[in-house]
Design a protein around this ligand. Structure first.
Ligand code: FAD
Length: 434
């Protein structure tokens, strides 16, 4: 098959791929120079929509509504935009081989793509229960959610199993967002996770207590401290029940599993330096291999603020890292330099009528403030994380845009916290003064 050649190739057409494309255009890429190669059949879109508005029973989000860059208030890049800019958007094409030494990528269909500069933006893939050998885990109607095809299959199942029963396995982002949206679809929901409270990687016990109470009030039955140990299926192969390790058995027409993800670095194994499970980069997302950059979920990069190196699986970083890498590519071509990436971690989630934001680092002592009563109508509350006498992280549920800006500033400025009691009393008022 003929070899195609591009000055720049982005492998992966997800969030980082899409934001990188916009930045390439801002930097003056010429028609014909850039290709995006993606396994998915659609142009880059805002992935977080898949576990939220995409699954609404009414008024659900659909493409082209949420192509990048609408998630950050930017221009919506439709397929025509790429054509107009002379960018080759090569969809439904999985790269199965990458040879970084000879600068060639090969697709599953055997096509070769040559590049001068490569941006790796392959994101993550979900961990599957079948990978851990869980009995019956390949039954029908057990779903994972990463790409739009996964979400479409879930939408079909929701139609087929109206008013049915679901078990959600996992108490992280996906578990919490999916349990909420399944309830909105009038599905009975049991949510199962082994930890003592939900989202333990970020939430404190106090934060989690609010969400668990709120979810229970919305009819989500939460089962903690155990895991799905196996599945029973009907003769047609569809899942029938989830068997828990503690012996309980839960009926299920639908199972949604959200037990984590793994960065997709396999293609590049042994060819590029890795660290903390990702591809190691510098503050410009340059990898150990010349002319190869890695952005988004796959990059392990220097977190300047914390003098540490980390990998981040969140949408804000995927957008910003993509922009930084493309700026760095153009700067280096012009013999110029740009500032190092100086990222302030920012995570958010939305479910039911709830909406939280978190900025900074969740280490040290914590102070819970505000109204964190899950039965209250107002329920505005937050938490500060304090390390070495300074506030290093801040979380806020139901904040106004100004209040969210205020907690971002607190996490960036890291003001001294002289009294934890006073912080608890002042709550969001403290952040608003910074
Ligand atoms: P992705 O967006 O995953 O894009 C990777 C792309 O590469 C995909 O299109 C994939 O098909 C393609 N690809 C992979 N391998 C190949 C290959 N070999 N050949 C060709 N193409 C390939 N973050 C938040 O901060 N807040 C949220 O509320 C939130 N919600 C989320 C909800 C869901 C359902 C999911 C799955 C994630 C959510 N995230 C959220 C995380 C966020 O979406 C990711 O961090 C972000 O998408 C990472 O961007 P990326 O470009 O690195 O990877």
């Amino acid at each position: 098959m003929a070899e195609k050649s591009f000055k720049y190739v982005i492998v992966g057409g997800g969030v980082a791929g899409g934001y990188a494309a916009r930045e390439f255009v801002k930097q003056g890429v010429k028609p014909g120079e850039l290709a995006i190669i993606s396994k998915e059949a659609v142009a880059p879109y805002e992935r977080p929509a898949l576990s939220k508005a995409y699954l609404f029973p009414e008024g659900a989000a659909r493409l082209p509504g949420f192509h990048v860059c609408v998630g950050s208030g930017g221009e919506r890049l439709l397929p025509e935009w790429y054509a107009d800019k002379g960018i080759s958007l090569i969809l439904s094409t999985e790269i199965v081989k990458a040879d970084l030494a000879s600068k060639i990528l090969v697709s599953a269909a055997g096509e070769s793509f040559k590049y001068q500069t490569l941006v790796i933006a392959t994101g993550s893939t979900v961990l599957k229960l079948s990978d851990f050998g869980v009995q019956g885990a390949d039954s029908k109607n057990i779903f994972y959610l990463r790409e739009i095809d996964d979400a479409d299959q879930l939408v079909e199942a929701l139609k087929a199993k109206k008013n049915g029963k679901a078990v959600v396995v996992g108490g992280g982002y996906i578990g919490l967002e999916l349990s909420a949206v399944l309830r909105l679809n009038n599905i009975e929901v049991n949510m199962v996770y082994p930890e003592p409270w939900c989202m333990p990687r970020l939430f404190t016990e106090g934060i989690a207590a609010f969400y668990e109470g709120y979810y229970q009030n919305k009819g989500v039955n939460i089962i903690k401290g155990t895991v799905a140990a196996g599945f029973d299926a009907h003769p047609n192969g569809e899942v029938k029940a989830v068997k828990l390790k503690d012996g309980r058995v839960l009926d299920a027409d639908i199972v949604v599993v959200g037990v984590g993800a793994r960065p997709l670095t396999t293609l590049f194994k042994g060819q590029v330096e890795e660290e903390k499970g990702g591809i190691k980069t510098d503050a410009f997302f340059k990898t150990s291999v010349p002319d190869v950059y890695a952005v988004g979920d796959v990059a392990t990069f220097p977190m300047k603020m914390y003098n540490d190196i980390r990998r981040v699986e969140h949408v804000d970083h995927s957008r910003k890292s993509a922009e930084q890498a493309v700026k760095a590519i153009f700067a280096s071509e012009q013999g110029k330099s740009i500032d190092e990436y100086d990222y302030l971690p920012y995570f958010y989630s939305r479910a039911f009528n709830l909406s939280w934001q978190f900025y900074g680092d969740n280490v040290g002592e914590t102070v819970l403030f505000g109204d964190a009563d899950s039965n209250s109508a107002t329920h505005k509350f937050g938490t500060y994380w304090i390390k070495d006498g300074k506030i290093v992280g801040a979380f806020l549920e139901s904040g106004s845009p100004e209040e969210n800006k205020a907690i971002a500033k607190v996490a960036k400025v890291q003001p001294v916290a002289s009294s934890l009691d006073q912080l608890a009393q002042e709550g969001i008022g403290f952040a608003s003064k910074i």
